[in-house]
Write a protein that binds this ligand. Structure first.
Ligand SMILES: [Zn+2]
Length: 456
């Protein structure tokens, strides 16, 4: 493991993309072999998991699958650094004074609340940070072009993230790792937990040149801008892909008259893919592998929706992530993307945790994804935010945030009839739709989950 400089990583990324898919695949395979050998030599968990496998791995599919539950259960054995123990990590995260400080003076640590409630604690080493920074810079460069780079570099950035604790955004920001220093003239954190009118007023005052946040928050802000309450003109909006529909994507562009860059990543796997202007996510595929699979972890063909996806992060050595079940459903593009990027492209259809399963009348399971609900609610512009909660196998409770000036009852009736149509198209007439009195609620990490299946 060597520490490449930022510039050599940036250049390496550029040259490899120019060299094309075969060179990328070769590079990825050699990084995979090196990481697997490193994990076997230094992580007792992987040594045991890979026992009986040949010394040289020809195909990543030879490796067994892992997940958050297994890694968290073997925490001390999973790390390749024997100084990393759950006891030390736990003491570290319990101390609010240490948010953003490196753990053991070298690792960047962050926690996930986990949409299914099991908390994960992950750390990234310096090499992974350098890789992420170089990839992020490539995206900004390709998004705005060299000509506008000086303006971009002097712009003020508003980061709308979950504040408090060691959540990924907060910890990385405070550590200055995103290239940022806490609340200087150029960067400011805005809590995703602020009431919307307060967030709007603070952003009006700050006038950011770059707006960075969750897709759901940015969408709310686009509504505020459209309603004339928010008045900002960012030159770039950067957001998590989070299953945005094309219509939502176009809305953000038209309201802010600006470039959007999206990305797909997670606390445990780092940066996985970057969005293009055709709304596809392109793998950063020399540093990561993305395998769309079915429920039995068998590969699914391009063009077919996957049940979940297995991620391997080939940069991070301290806690290797190899064939990790991340729980998102994706759709891989069968042909080359018209944007010209040679990297494989996919769309994120939603978290498996955000897919509702209903018993059909003959009891076979029927699934509806969160994207199908967002497409539906998008057709009613007065609905600013929605949340569908499955309270029993055949009951959906619907929380809506409806524009103040709209007739609340009328909009509800519209939404209810659209939902009933959707359910009918799946022959799910026996599923009841209930109106909630409370508005949508944020999860611990600050996201608004659009769909909450039963027992999640
Ligand atoms: Zn593309």
């Amino acid at each position: 493991m060597k520490n490449d400089s930022f510039l050599s990583l940036l250049l390496g990324n550029y040259l490899l993309r120019k060299a094309g898919p075969t060179a990328i695949a070769r590079k990825r395979q050699s990084r995979l072999n090196e990481l697997v050998a490193f994990a076997r030599a230094n992580s007792p968990y992987y040594r045991d998991l890979y026992k009986g496998l040949p010394e040289q791995i020809e195909d990543i599919r030879q490796l067994p699958v892992t997940n958050k539950k297994n890694l968290m259960a073997h925490y001390d054995d999973w790390a390749t650094d024997r100084n990393v123990t759950y006891a030390k990590v736990h003491a570290f995260i319990e101390d609010p004074e240490r948010v953003g400080q490196p753990f053991l003076d070298k690792y960047h640590l962050s926690t996930t609340s986990g949409s299914t409630g099991n908390k994960g604690i992950f750390m990234l080493d310096a090499e992974t940070d350098a890789v992420a920074k170089a990839l992020g810079t490539s995206v900004i460069l390709s998004g705005i072009g060299l000509r506008r780079l000086p303006a971009m570099l002097s712009a003020r950035t508003a980061l709308i993230i979950a504040t408090g604790g060691h959540t990924a955004g907060n910890a990385r920001f405070k550590s200055g790792n995103a290239g940022a220093k806490p609340n200087t003239e150029k960067w400011k954190i805005f809590s995703v937990h602020l009431p919307l009118p307060e967030l709007v007023s603070q952003l009006n005052q700050y006038q950011p040149g770059i707006l960075h946040g969750y897709a759901s928050t940015i969408l709310l802000l686009a509504n505020e801008q459209e309603a004339g309450r928010l008045h900002i003109s960012p030159m770039m909006v950067r957001l998590t892909s989070e299953g945005l529909t094309d219509r939502e994507y176009d809305k953000i562009i038209s309201v802010f008259h600006t470039n959007i860059t999206t990305y797909y990543g997670s606390t445990e796997c780092g940066l996985i893919a970057q969005g293009c202007k055709y709304h596809w996510q392109h793998m950063t595929s020399d540093w990561v592998t993305v395998e769309p699979v079915d429920a039995d972890f068998q590969p699914v063909a391009p063009g077919v929706q996957s049940h979940t996806v297995l991620i391997s992060n080939l940069a991070n050595h301290v806690q290797p992530i190899l064939r990790y079940d991340i729980g998102d459903s994706i759709l891989m593009r069968p042909d080359r993307c018209p944007c010209g990027d040679p990297m494989p492209a996919f769309q994120v259809l939603g978290r498996v945790a955000d897919i509702l399963t209903f018993p059909a009348q003959d009891n076979t399971p029927i699934q509806i994804t969160s994207l199908q609900f967002s497409t539906l609610f998008n057709r009613i512009p007065e609905i600013l935010l929605f949340q569908v909660i499955q309270t029993d196998p055949t009951t959906l409770r619907v929380r809506l945030l409806i524009a103040k000036e709209a007739n609340q009852d009328q909009i509800w009736q519209k939404a209810q009839s659209e939902m009933n149509n959707l359910l009918r198209s799946y022959k799910l007439e026996h599923v009841q739709v209930e109106r909630a009195t409370e508005p949508p609620e944020q999860a611990m990490g600050g996201k608004y989950r659009e769909v909450i299946p039963l027992n999640r």
